[in-house]
Design a binder for this molecule. Sequence first.
Ligand code: DX5
Ligand code: ZN
Length: 230
Amino acid sequence: MTFNRSLKIAPSILAADFANFGAECEAIETQGADWVHIDVMDGHFVPNITFGPATCAAIRPHIKGVMDVHLMISPVDSYIEAFADSGADVITAHVEATPHIHRTMQAIRASGTKAGIALNPATPASSIEYLLDMVDLVCVMTVNPGFGGQKFIHSQVEKVRQIRSMIGDRPIHIQIDGGVDPTTAPLVANAGADVLVAGSAVFRGGSVSNPAPYGENIRNIRAAAVSIEV
Ligand code: DX5
Ligand code: ZN
């Protein structure tokens, strides 16, 4: 996984057919996805439950590119090894999930995986100031985590700008998660984001047997994000 700031679309399989993850991952990659975003929820840190490391390991052979695992779980440290072993390229944990997030980032990097730090909408950019030299990705949540299909929270665009300026020349991705569609994508891309997660806006209208709408949806988000009009 080499670093660059070019725009990447990362469909979230939270909006896929849960009985068909392997085929869904193959379909979105064929249709132009850059990364595959995997949402892990525990019913404790967030009010919803999805799946764990065994499912990630089962999905892995169906993904050629980057497997991006977003952990919405607490506690988190005791599960890092299992998610690293499942074949994740990036593991992202929440700054709100533990009082010892610095240790968590150390543990992710020690597992040989790229380390991501996620911030809920109420969490200020300053909360990650002392983590920037130990992370590979900052995930700015533009909805409250737990569910797909929610409305983009516009106050987060300013936070993206702040984080972009804090990062400076460091090789750190800025990822946006929640409510990304062709309307909101240009706002965050213009503020400095390079990885756009999108669930409902990618999977809407398509299926494994009719994957062309996935491609059209991905192209529409990408085209909107790289346009200069905001
Ligand atoms: C929310 C998840 C997101 C979600 C995005 O807790 O982390 O990845 O799937 O879904 P949309 O794009 O529908 O807002
Ligand atoms: Zn996510």
